[in-house]
Design a protein around this ligand. Structure first.
Ligand code: MN
Ligand code: MN
Length: 464
């Protein structure tokens, strides 16, 4: 064996027990009470878990009315991910430029060319669908064969959104070939009307971004998507569930046996709409969609995770500089680029607010951040578990280490963190990716460009 991780508390399924993990090349080859190898990495008093998977990130995403680009590229964003214990990222293709005759396959190739040269951890890509033309639907089987079985659909945002007929046609096409839709659910038309009303009244501060995107209409859109999925007999995954209204729709569908899955994000679990009361323009740092909700929503989301009504915690990492980029919306909240940083802080935040607070068990924390993303997105058992023959993507996590979060000491390329000054207990110390130590004592020691594109298989949908 090349390497043994010695004496840690290994989390496998529902169990946590002291064991050594043996690694040969890029794979785990043994898990036993005592193993010997040429090199040893001490994990005494540490938790040992599979490298986390963040299935929802946006590196170098150009979006919004001002066409601003998110500030982490695949190099800086994946290095930040690694330092936070995340060894697999799922990002998105851009919509193809159909005016230039670009196909979805061309869009996939373009995104891979950008990412392959930069990415420091392994990654996959969801395919973004923004129309339901015959030519688009006809490409779906080829994309699944190319290792992209998951398809991003938007119900909001001009230029991206699909109407109900388009959504149904895509869901119907995906159901026939085993593709999994992952859907942004908000009511576009109501948002546009509300935003216009606020602007006309001179109400241009960041707080009106949140008021223009009410929870009740996230719930409405989620329920509508679920009805369309039922009609098409297609499973569906709801991204960034933020509120009780959307949760109720997910829960009702699951109770009736429909294969509906969902994620929430660290910001909805740890922050509330009180952030929009900050003075001046500072609350622009918290402008994302859906917006932050109430403390009652937050508690409901924690309960849904613990109960298994939601399966995944993903970050929706989409950073923009406060000084240079958020600034564009100082006089008009609709021009604030939407999104917040988070790819580096997810594991630690969910451990601190979830496990330390008794809301989640350590096993539930691992399931939501590592195992369920692997299953749902076609990466299991290669990723998402500590098992024989799985990739040696491993996090050695110190449950006692206290870290105060500061933008200046994080690796994300952005000038703020939404969690500035917050102290968390529990933090990744060492991180391996395919057997290679890429983070040592919190320091990135890997290389940009070493990550690989992951062709993914069929999503494994847990029974409801
Ligand atoms: Mn979204
Ligand atoms: Mn997103």
């Amino acid at each position: 064996m090349d390497l043994v991780i010695r004496g840690g508390m290994v989390i496998i399924g529902e169990n946590a027990f002291r064991a050594d993990i043996g690694i040969e090349g890029e794979r785990i080859v043994a898990i036993a009470a005592r193993l010997e190898a040429r090199r040893t990495l001490d994990a005494t008093d540490k938790l040992v878990l599979p490298g986390a998977i963040d299935p929802h990130v946006h590196m170098s995403l150009t979006a919004g009315p001002l066409r601003l680009t998110s500030s982490d590229d695949f190099a800086t964003g994946s290095i930040a991910a690694a330092c936070g214990g995340t060894t697999t990222l799922l990002d998105f293709t851009d919509p193809p430029d159909t005016n230039r005759g670009q196909s979805l396959r061309d869009a996939l190739t373009a995104r891979r060319t950008l990412a392959d040269a930069q990415v420091a951890v392994d990654y996959g890509l969801h395919i973004t669908l923004t129309d339901a033309r015959d030519a688009t639907l006809a490409e779906i089987p080829d994309l699944i064969a190319a290792g992209c079985p998951t398809f991003k659909l938007y119900m909001a945002y001009e230029g991206l959104r699909l109407d109900d007929g388009q959504l149904w046609a895509i869901l119907d096409a995906l159901a026939r070939v085993g593709g999994l839709p992952i859907v942004h659910c908000e009511n576009h038309h109501v948002i546009v009307r509300l935003a216009a009303r606020y602007r006309a009244a001179g109400q241009t501060a960041p707080r009106y971004h949140a008021l223009a995107r009410p929870a009740i209409m996230e719930g409405e859109a989620t329920a509508r998507l679920i009805a369309l999925a039922r009609l098409a007999d297609c499973p569906a995954y709801i991204v960034h569930v933020s509120c009780r209204e959307a949760l109720a729709a997910v829960r009702a569908a699951r109770a009736s046996g429909q294969r509906i899955y969902g994620e929430t994000c660290p910001h909805y679990l740890t922050l509330t709409a009180h952030e929009y009361d900050r003075p001046g323009f500072e609350s622009a740092k918290y402008v994302m969609s859906p917006p932050l909700r109430t403390a009652a929503d937050q508690e409901a989301l924690w309960h849904a995770l613990a109960a298994g009504d939601l399966q995944v915690v993903a970050t929706d990492h989409c950073p923009f500089f406060y000084e240079e980029q958020k600034e564009h919306g100082r006089d008009d909240f609709t021009l604030i680029p939407g999104g917040i940083p988070g790819v580096e802080t997810r594991l630690a935040l969910i451990y601190h607010h979830g496990v330390n607070q008794g809301r989640l068990s350590p096993a539930q924390w691992v399931v939501a951040c590592c195992t369920n993303p692997a299953r749902l997105f076609g990466l299991w058992p290669q990723k998402g578990q500590l098992g024989i023959d799985s990739d040696a993507d491993i996090v050695i996590f110190d449950p006692q280490r206290e870290v105060t979060l500061h933008a200046a000491s994080l690796h994300q390329r952005v000038d703020y963190t939404p969690y500035e000054g917050q102290t968390v207990r529990g933090y990744p110390v060492h991180v391996l990716s395919r057997g290679e130590l890429i983070v040592e004592d919190g320091r990135f020691v890997g290389q940009a460009g070493r990550g690989r594109f992951l062709p993914r298989g069929t999503p494994l949908l847990p029974p409801v």
